[in-house]
Design a protein around this ligand. Structure first.
Ligand code: NAP
Length: 330
């Protein structure tokens, strides 16, 4: 499926199936999943080469390998990497130079070549649709937990019930942490509870939710807040975190505007504010291994066909989803 230009409708296009070169694998794509990032891209708001195939995430199986590839076999179930050139270590601009779907053709296609060094093994217990929820949302959630050094006994706040937040919830529970989930909806909070959330706060009816977080943590504050709101949540996230705790700056759901933060609180409480951009291939592999060990299934509220991308976008814009919207590639 191809976008001819910013915001153009997706059009099916036939292309020859490519042959893998050195260090390349050909993946038969079975599923992708919609991230907020993909929505912004499909709306035409991300610069890049045109025309292009959208979607950053995929799961499928290897159907051909370049002659020199070691460690992978035809038939292996694999997941794509959000930053295929960022193999390991701290963020760097060379590693972030490629983002499939934005800066090169993405994964809304039946076959795609990829660098074999960027492949991640799919957890065996996950379906292709479930595995396709991990690259962007899962790796981002993992990176936030790593930056917060979250372990057993820690407290994590997740905001809303979107893809990143519910995966952060599930991963935090797998580490033995206590999770405080917020949402605009009591019904969605029930889903968060079913996935293990220990405390639930409706941020519509409790707009000063950071005070509730303090009350729930004996005034101490949370060890980590995974902030997806940005402009309209970051100040409260600083108010919700403990001394020397971490606020992971992940999202911009509150708009592209500037956030106001209580600077004196951030300073006096030694709050650590850290920006996240998904993560490296190695982080993604560690995430995949952790999901395998924990054995949980990412929450998918909608499964749609790849000719239903307009509906997938509508569902996300209408905020009808909980967790992930998964897309079947035929
Ligand atoms: N930096 C990175 O590496 C990275 C990676 C992935 C995503 N992101 C960003 O993270 C954000 C979430 O992405 P996603 O794919 O998880 O989105 P998503 O699945 O569409 O999740 C959106 C959910 O967040 C909640 N929400 C909406 N506006 C909110 C606000 N102002 N404050 C708090 N919660 C709000 C809503 O949940 P309720 O209805 O339950 O309230 C909504 O359903 C986006 O801004 C995305 O661009 C960043």
């Amino acid at each position: 499926m191809v976008m001819s230009g910013p915001g153009a409708a997706l059009v099916a296009e036939s292309r020859p199936i490519p042959t893998p070169g050195p260090n390349e694998a050909l993946v038969r794509v079975r599923a992708t999943s919609l991230n907020y990032h993909d929505l912004v891209n499909l709306l035409g708001l991300i610069d890049g080469p045109w025309p292009r195939v959208p979607m950053s995430d995929a799961a499928g199986e290897i159907v051909a390998l370049g002659a020199d590839v070691r460690g992978w076999s035809v038939g292996d179930r694999v997941i794509s990497a959000f930053h295929p050139a960022w193999l390991d270590g701290r963020p760097n601009s060379a590693g972030k130079r490629d983002m499939p779907g934005d800066l090169s053709d993405g994964w809304l296609q039946q076959h795609r070549l990829t660098s074999a060094s960027a492949l991640v093994a799919a957890p065996a217990h996950l379906s292709n649709l479930e595995a396709a929820t991990l690259p962007c949302a899962g790796t981002t959630a993992w990176s936030a937990l790593e930056e917060g050094d979250i372990g057993a006994g820690d407290t994590v706040v997740v905001q809303g019930t979107g893809g990143v937040s519910l995966l952060a919830l599930q991963l935090a529970k797998a580490r033995g942490a206590t999770v405080i989930a917020t949402s605009s909806s009591d019904d969605k909070l029930k889903v968060a509870e079913s996935l293990g959330a220990d405390h639930l706060i409706n941020y519509r009816t409790t707009p000063e939710w950071q005070r509730e977080v303090r009350a729930l943590t004996d005034r101490r504050g949370a060890d980590l807040v995974v902030d997806v709101g940005g402009a309209n949540t970051l100040g409260r996230s600083v108010g919700a975190v403990r001394m020397d705790g971490t606020v992971a700056i992940v999202g911009i759901l509150g708009g592209f505007g500037a956030a106001e933060i209580p600077v004196s609180v951030a300073m006096l409480q030694n709050v650590r504010l850290i920006g996240i951009t998904v993560g490296s291939v190695q982080a993604h592999r560690a995430l995949s291994a952790a999901v395998s060990a924990a054995g949980f299934h990412p929450h998918i509220s909608h499964e749609l066909g790849w000719d239903d991308m307009a509906e997938a976008m509508r569902v996300m814009q209408a905020n009808e989803h909980v967790g992930k919207i998964a897309v079947i590639v035929p």
